[in-house]
Design a protein around this ligand. Sequence first.
Ligand code: ATP
Length: 237
Amino acid sequence: MSVLLRVHDLAVAYGHIEAVKGLDFHLNEGEITALVGANGAGKSTTLLALSGLIKASRGKIEFQGEDISRLPAHQIVERGLVQVAEGRAILTTLTVEENLQLGAYTRQDKEGIPASMEEVYQLFPRLKERAQQFAGNLSGGEQQMLAIGRALMAKPKLLLLDEPSMGLAPIVVQEIFRILVEINRRGLTILLVEQNVRQALKIAKHGYVIETGKIVLADSGANLLANPKVEEAYLGG
Ligand code: ATP
């Protein structure tokens, strides 16, 4: 199993407050890995640092063996590390199809774009049905699907998701997670950040638990689900 992303001693500060305090973790190629923890633990900050949207104050981020920790965000996307934005961040006054096309703008292989569009429509038939509608008219779940679809249009090697279940009804959450498993089955490596700890650990091969900017547990998803400490702190004891 080869390592796709390796993080060593990653720290991120907002002013003089250190939100992430020296993380070590790695993602195996082809796996879903979950990063779980409570509100304010530092999950989003970690993802922003991986995407190059905020600068690490310390540490190293290696993607496919290359140190990307000093690269600008657009170069990180071009290398295949693509984040699905929290809060969806879709463009509501553009159509579904236009939003998807925007996801592909960094791609070199423009000739591959129609095939990717077909694949997204196959994964999300509802987006195909609504291709010409304004994205702002989609339901919350459909907007999340569009955000994931748009990230897939960039042809990622690693997909980062920040709380895809947030604000969605349980049945929609099930659907989103089912699709993440399917996307992973097709070969994509996924880092899933979630407060929905149970659901995330169910589909993750490996997981990390983060508390106040530090990783406190690392294990297989199944072992973490069965861990009494996780049960007590995150699964309602
Ligand atoms: P949530 O699930 O609520 O997003 P999280 O685990 O993603 O939580 P972060 O958003 O990474 O946590 O926040 C980690 C810490 O950094 C928190 O204490 C938070 O208040 C602080 N923080 C986050 N963003 C900023 C910012 N822009 N300026 C100052 N402090 C921030």
